[in-house]
Design a protein. Structure first.
Length: 234
């Protein structure tokens, strides 16, 4: 799951990233177990959600014109580009008529899309991304290419592990859309204010990586989505 230092991409082989690599390289067996857990859990959940996914797909087709799934290019392990899979929650070509970042009460969100997003059901198809190795259950949320191109050097350390369906940053910024509501320039505010704060959580998670901590993050995500709201933090 983690390459030797000389085998990682040149743009990541910098002194800001090396301390994180050294920590993770010592935990190679834990990373192997993490991958085994991802595979077993994703297969089980795909079977469990098989019927609900079919129902959601039918409702999406009835609710609005367009494909069932939304695919967008994102960045994951070692800077690899991949197309993330989600149930479509917006009108077709939404990313061409607005920011990549979604706002609260975004006019591009469909009726069923709003419900799916509230309970993160739109992210169920990412289980297939986990099986393919492009994602993990816990890890830095995969950013769009244009945001990764603006990363500070230390942020590249988050690419030492696969992107995640959830993370501590996702929990603390689950109301990110609300925070961006009044921004005049959404992309600028996201890159200059929100992304650096999210990266503090992501980098801390790398430094403190443990399987037990990741299971705790998954539980906290469930509570954040289905439990009481508390202004973006648990």
């Amino acid at each position: 799951m983690i390459k030797k230092w000389n085998d990682i991409p040149d743009f990541m082989r910098i002194h800001e990233v090396k301390p994180y690599w050294e920590l993770l390289y010592k935990k190679r067996f834990s990373l192997f177990l993490k991958r085994i857990f991802d595979l077993i859990a994703s297969f089980v959940l795909i079977v469990f959600f098989a019927v609900p996914m079919i129902v959601i797909a039918i409702i999406i087709k009835i609710d609005s014109k367009g494909p069932v799934f939304y695919r967008q290019e994102r960045v994951t392990l070692y800077g690899k580009h991949f197309f993330i899979h989600k149930f479509r929650t917006m009108v077709c070509n939404a990313d061409q008529i607005g920011s990549v970042v979604t706002l609260n009460n975004d006019s591009r969100i469909t009726r069923i899309g709003d419900k799916l997003r509230n309970y993160r059901l739109d992210e169920i198809p990412q289980l297939f991304d986990v099986i393919c190795g492009n994602m993990s259950f816990v890890g830095t949320r995969p950013e769009a290419v244009k945001y990764v191109e603006l990363y500070k050097p230390e942020f590249y350390a988050t690419l030492l592990m696969p992107a995640g369906i959830t993370s501590e940053a996702s929990i603390h910024y689950k109301d990110e859309a609300t925070l961006l509501n009044n921004a005049i320039n959404v992309d600028r505010v996201y890159v200059e204010e929100i992304l650096p704060e999210k990266m503090k959580w992501n980098l801390e998670s790398l430094r403190e990586f443990r399987l037990s901590s990741e299971i705790k993050t998954m539980f906290r995500t469930f509570v954040a989505v289905f439990g009481k709201k508390n202004n973006g933090s648990i």
